[in-house]
Design a protein around this ligand. Sequence first.
Ligand code: MOS
Length: 704
Amino acid sequence: MNANHIGQPHARVDGRAKVTGNAQYAADFNQPGQAYAVIVGASIGLGRVVGLDTEAARRLAGVLAVLTHENAPKLAYAAHKGFIDPQHGERLHVLQDDRVRFYGQPVAVVVAQTLDQAEHAACLLRIRYAEESPVSDPLDKRAQAVVPEAGREPGPHSADRVRGDPEAAFAAAAVRIDAAYDAARENHLPIEPNATVAAWEGERLTLWSKSQFVVNEQAEIAAILGIPAENVHVVCPFIGGAFGTSLRTWPHVTLAAVAAREVGRPVKLVLSRRQTFHLTGHRPRTVQRVALSATPDGRLTGIVHEGTGETSRYEQFAEALTSVTPFLYSCPNVRTRYRLVPLDISTPTYMRAPGEATGVFALECAMDELAHALGMDPLELRRRNEPRLDEGMQLPFSSRSMLACYERGADAFGWARRTLAPGSMRDGRLRIGWGMACASYPAFHGQASARVRLLADGTAEVEAAASDMGPGTYTSITQIAAETLGLPMDSVRFSLGRSDFPPTPPHGGSMTLASVGSAVRAACTAALDQRQARAGRPDGAIEASATAGPDAEVRSRFSMHAFGAVFVEVAIDPDVGTIRVRRVVGAYGAGRIVNPRLAASQCTGGMVGGIGMALMERTALDPRDGRPVNAHMADYLVPVNLDIQALEAHFVDEVDPHVNELGVKGLGEIALVGVAPAVANAVFHATGKRVRELPIRIEHLVEP
Ligand code: MOS
């Protein structure tokens, strides 16, 4: 029987649990006798703690412990580099010394019987500092760019790449543009704050903890505490949005575990919204330069893309800032350069389309500037530079549907009705702008395992350590299992988010469906084989496990990416400079779409994030101490319902026989890529004003 679930727009299998409040997020878990921990962060940006007066806090009713570097246990901090940890540098060793490396770094943790008592006691700590002068702005004269250690090897984070001679191409070019772009530091700002409930039973530790990577959290905490990994168990069935902020195991998880051990009771630790801004990573601020040259008929002759991202002083967080540039277009002369600026800030981290979102912003705005310099339609310019292969890797694409995306998106948007001259489209007194940009993101695939049980009642249970931060993993994996087993959807129960389930790669990099889906398919096939082998004999339950991973040989022969094209309409009030995004149309070639309803939801969600990136999101730091000044939801602006109008996602038919057995490329990140530059390009088309800084704000448009 073929149940034919793949490709169907099934509703979320976890939808009812979520809307009825039955889905449990980390902070929803409670343990008997549980105490509450509150982190006290440094109120300086750099220096040392020289005096700690904890007496008043300790005397307060209900206070169980006040931990500082003076009395906290010395922790093992054994070497452990998870898949998502910066390869160069060393993670923060929390409460291990008197040094303050960034504003808000934990300098104490207060544990009390109630949250109120813990918060009150936290206010009573008196901490004296020897303050030094921090550097928190990459454009500060004292800041120095370095070659990223992680970027020396060829790969997505390469420091330098070159083919041909772009400078010679520029010298000879008929048309040339050269521009600098600045994209703000952003925070992930999921609705669910990071939280951990830690409970010890003898030597065994259980963590109910917000995590996109429970098997890594298990390994990381075991390494930090110096205990066997099998003594640590991590549980995370639901995630209220994350976008990368819960890939790493941040110091609050360690503090919850240590606090629970110290007071001999379970401890709940929930970060305040403010604390999430500096204790759980951020998208690094980037400054970039893109220079392009072309023939008069719009063939690219040279590309230079130089980008610099901020990092902390204790780790080098490198991301894929220039990685799309070598293959997005056909061009004989291309140079990319990537640098990092270490600052007195906490380490940045992956945030949805880490690197690509900001790198493609610069490249795609530059393409729009080139189109304007050529007097050419920006979509036509891109069509003329469509490559036949990945010219950076000199490999064919496993599949590339960019031209189909251009056509589908432009048709749906009505791009043919666009008039070329900036400022030429109006709606009454409003200036209308139509802009577009490309999107691209690698089709990653990581090794994953899964387990399947076929039960006597005809239903099946499927398990993998995976996470679901919102894309619909519960549902799409259930579809794959149900289809493979030939069962109805409601006969399959898929469980995830436990470190004692079969291991999976990080729930990030848009690789969950390809990776976990392939493992689940393999495990289901193994279970069916087992049942067949037993045919005729009375049962016992059937249980099968399988591990599936990328085919390295195939991956060495192809360049594998999803592609897309994003079209945006803005309406701008010329008197007050307000920008409204009226429409976004995205067309994507992302391989097989397992669930078109959830896929569209992913993409429209990415558009909302992209509108935020384009027009609102910016974590502003106080230059005196590097403190995020708008670290709350009133002043860190994100789009709300009134900011969002028509959003449309289209998927072109794409069959990719190479990328993985399921033929899926992933959608989580590409949904964000291309949106911000399409908005910026639309703003230019509406006004003739080129804003090269994100977010684009009213003052950019009303100032002369
Ligand atoms: Mo996403 S930055 O891969 O969680």
